[in-house]
Design a protein around this ligand. Structure first.
Ligand code: DTR
Length: 361
């Protein structure tokens, strides 16, 4: 009997112990607050494909704004099947190694400014020649159509997901530039074709990618910059550059590219979503950019009382005449690497006229 009682006692203790050891494991499950579940990203649960997307400038700037918009659309249109992890601010790839980084698979997708790598994109940098684009919307559509028609060899190792440009370039400076003569010897930061244009106009261009510009301005290495005016707000350049001169010259071409193997692995329905977004994203970005330039100017006037000058018509004519040489320079260089320059230029001008009819009225 004693043995039976002892056995029963041991059994009870074992059961109690077992129950105790189960308790902690169960508790977190039962005690899990509802909010914790809600906070978990839905996409992580449903997404079967995760892609990284690298970008070089800060999150607030237009290349990253368009990246977030594309991400949202992709996640929505694939029903959460694809999750995009974005890396703004050069956290995954920087301005100059973006293209090779994507080709090598360090990121699945990357956004690059073609002007930072002179000579690498001979056909699409036709957009850098001074033909007088009036908006990013028009220039972005022209760029996309040229890409689609010619499928330039420079992009053969990647899948292109979008192309767009900045708005036309204007002078932002710490000193007033009211005439072309004021430009003489003035150190202005630019890149690619825009640097060439400044040189022709008598300024002293200092070439560097956009993310290096705030420090160069702060340290006085440059007195200003030459690019689209949305940066007055997005980089707070209006604080230092109180004088803006409207020239509406160069646009800078951009591309969003995807690693070829990563693209090949995508299922057909996802590829269809990415394809359907290409032109749409190019247009969306152009329109966002144009709207944001206006917003940036209004903000800069309000916050810093910036002064905006316009070169006289005679000076603008003189500037354009001087810059026309850039068209020949582009033709010479691009032709040397097999670009059908006359056809490309004729198409560029025809597309420009067509899109101006629709968008610049
Ligand atoms: N214009 C090119 C590109 C550019 C214009 N705005 C931004 C903002 C962020 C990065 C690049 C750009 C340039 O000046 O570098």
């Amino acid at each position: 009997m004693r043995t039976i009682i002892r056995l029963l006692a041991v059994a009870c203790m074992a059961m109690a112990l077992f129950a105790c050891s189960e308790e902690p494991a169960k508790q977190p499950e039962a005690a899990k607050p509802l909010t914790e579940k809600a906070a978990a990203p839905a996409k992580a649960e449903t997404a079967t494909i995760t892609l990284s997307y690298a970008n070089f400038p800060p999150a607030i700037t237009f290349p990253c704004v368009q990246m977030e918009r594309w991400k949202e659309e992709v996640q929505k249109r694939t029903g959460g099947k694809v999750a995009i992890e974005t890396y703004p601010g050069g956290t995954l790839l920087g301005a100059k190694n973006m293209f090779t980084g994507v080709v090598q698979g360090q990121a699945d997708i990357g956004c690059l400014c073609m002007s930072y790598q002179p000579g690498v994109f001979p056909l699409t940098t036709a957009l850098e020649v001074p033909v007088g684009f009036s908006s990013s919307t028009v220039a972005s559509l022209v760029l996309w159509d040229l890409y689609e028609k010619y499928r330039p060899a420079a992009f053969k190792d990647v899948k292109v997901l979008a192309m767009f440009t900045t708005a036309p370039s204007n002078i932002m400076s710490r000193v007033p530039v009211k005439t072309l003569a004021d430009l003489k010897g003035l150190e202005l930061r630019a890149s690619g074709g825009a640097s060439q244009a400044l040189k022709i106009l008598g300024a002293t261009p200092v070439s560097m990618p956009m993310p290096d510009t705030p420090e160069a301005l702060q340290k006085g290495v440059v007195k200003g910059l030459f690019t689209s005016l949305e940066v007055l707000k997005d980089f707070n350049f209006a604080e230092l550059c109180r004088f803006e001169t409207v020239t509406n010259l160069q646009v800078y071409p951009f591309a969003v590219v995807m690693n070829r193997q990563a693209w090949d692995k995508l299922p057909a329905d996802v590829k269809a979503v990415f394809d359907e977004l290409c032109r749409e994203q190019s247009l969306w970005t152009g329109q966002y950019m144009d709207g944001h330039v206006q917003e940036s100017l209004a903000w800069s006037k309000e916050k810093y009382g910036i002064e905006v000058y316009h070169l006289s018509d005679a000076e603008m004519t003189e500037a354009r005449a001087k810059l026309a040489v850039m068209i020949d320079q582009w033709k010479e260089k691009a032709q040397a690497v097999g670009v059908p320059v006359d056809d490309v230029l004729a198409d560029l001008l025809a597309l420009k006229a067509k899109y101006e009819e629709t968008y610049d009225k």
